[in-house]
Design a protein around this ligand. Structure first.
Ligand SMILES: Nc1ncnc2c1ncn2[C@@H]1O[C@H](COP(=O)(O)OP(=O)(O)OP(=O)(O)O)[C@@H](O)[C@H]1O
Ligand SMILES: NCC(=O)N[C@@H]1O[C@H](COP(=O)([O-])[O-])[C@@H](O)[C@H]1O
Ligand SMILES: [Mg+2]
Length: 387
């Protein structure tokens, strides 16, 4: 294949921004798309479009205008049926149009993994009305986890410890569901020892390869810190790789996948996956010779990945907004950067609201606890203020 290629990125947040940087370094042409102007990836792309990615007409308009070689989804909430059409017209959708549809809907990917592939997941059920949620919750038992089938970063998700809380979980899920879905999934609560992301790279004409596992800690269903390598046994890594290969083979296509697992004392339990770089994978911006964005790009373009080198104990910690701000500035940067082997990324999101991820601190240490402490300390030194 010759370069440059024309890449259309659907979603332009922090993950897209690093992907665009990787693509630009090889001279590609990138059109960054999102629902709002000045999104992070737009700041480094060749051009940008502001549309509703859930609108088939809007998507048709920009694809006709730009005629991309590749369409690369960066978020889940996209009119994926339209991507099938683009694929039929000869545009390569990453990893495939069908895969984006499976993974956008928690129920579709869950049915594929659990029923078709027979892979162990948390016990689960679905509900489309409060009465149904009450009865499904009783079957699954408490505590359980209620999530809209269409959401990400923990939006609309709650842990329900008692039947009195079911109604609140229903309202919260429906209020925070993305797209037009009114369906929720209820999952058995898994009391895991650690949860991991296994970055899995599926290539067009080469074997599937894996990054060393990334451990992470979540709050409110959203990632707070991640570290690599995660300390789990070689047997569990191998079990997770076998599952990740099965699921990504079923989805087909090429690109990086963030495959999430719960690790209990004696089990590896599949949770979900992103058919794209994963937020917890931002640690690879410091922990690997090729980060997850460069790996995604190489897999998409069919470029070789001769080796993935892990560079030692590394961690990431998020920098979250605390309040609504119409424009943002940061202080404490010098303090955060004063320590050896610490780096930060500020995403350049134009405004803030409580818990919005605005940046990430990265650190290397002589061991995982030290790397985590350094990343967390750096993140806590950065303050977000109005500008
Ligand atoms: N069944 C479960 N048992 C225990 N914890 C859970 C369960 N489901 C989700 N969680 C917790 O909530 C987190 C977020 O859940 P999940 O990954 O399903 O949500 P998400 O909205 O898709 O997040 P993202 O888009 O950031 O990956 C998990 O990483 C885990 O910490
Ligand atoms: N877990 C998925 C995830 O981390 N996605 C990342 O967050 C952005 C949206 O941020 P915003 O909600 O702050 O606009 C997305 O565009 C993507 O980069
Ligand atoms: Mg997740």
């Amino acid at each position: 294949m010759k370069l440059p290629q024309k890449l259309m990125l659907l979603g332009s947040g922090e993950l897209g921004k690093e992907f665009v940087i990787a693509a630009q370094r090889l001279g590609n042409y990138v059109i960054a798309v999102d629902r709002y102007a000045h999104a992070p990836a737009m700041q480094v792309a060749d051009c940008s479009e502001v549309i509703s990615m859930l609108s088939a007409d809007d998507l048709e308009g920009i694809v006709n205008k730009h005629q991309p070689d590749f369409i690369i989804p960066e978020i889940e909430a996209i009119r994926t049926e339209k991507l099938v059409e683009f694929e039929q017209r000869g545009i390569t959708v990453i990893p495939t149009a069908a895969a984006t549809n499976y993974t956008m809907n928690r129920d579709r990917i869950r049915e594929l993994v659990s029923k078709n592939l027979g892979i162990r997941t948390a016990r689960y059920g679905y509900a489309i009305a409060l009465e149904e949620l009450i009865s499904v919750s009783n079957e699954i038992g408490f505590p359980n986890v209620v999530k809209p089938v269409m959401s990400s970063s923990g939006k609309g998700q709650s842990v329900v410890t008692h039947k009195d809380e079911v109604e609140k979980a229903w309202s919260y899920a429906i209020a925070n569901s993305r797209g037009d879905s009114q369906k929720v999934i209820v999952e058995e609560f898994i009391n895991f020892e650690i949860e991991i992301t296994l970055l899995t790279i599926k290539q067009w004409n080469a074997p599937t390869i894996f990054c060393p596992p990334i451990g992470h800690r979540q709050e409110r269903g959203d990632y707070q810190e991640s570290w690599q390598p995660a300390e789990i046994s070689a047997q569990m890594i191998s079990d997770a790789q076998i599952i990740a290969k099965k699921v990504t083979d079923a989805l087909s296509g090429a690109g990086i996948f963030g495959v999430e697992f719960f690790i209990t004392k004696d089990e590896v339990i599949f949770s979900e996956l992103s058919p794209r770089p994963h937020d917890t994978g931002m640690v690879t911006l410091i922990s690997q010779n090729l980060n997850e964005f460069e790996l995604h790009l190489r897999a998409i373009l069919g470029l070789p990945i001769p080796n993935i080198e892990q560079l030692g104990a590394s961690a990431s910690a998020v920098i979250l907004a605390q309040e609504h701000l119409d424009s943002v500035a940061f202080t404490g940067i010098a303090e955060a950067l004063s320590e050896k082997d610490v780096d930060i990324r500020l995403f350049g999101k134009p405004n803030a609201h409580p818990y919005r991820r605005m940046g990430v601190a990265l650190a290397k240490g002589s061991n995982i606890p030290e790397a985590r402490e350094k990343a967390t300390r750096a993140a806590s030194q950065i303050k977000i203020i109005g500008n």
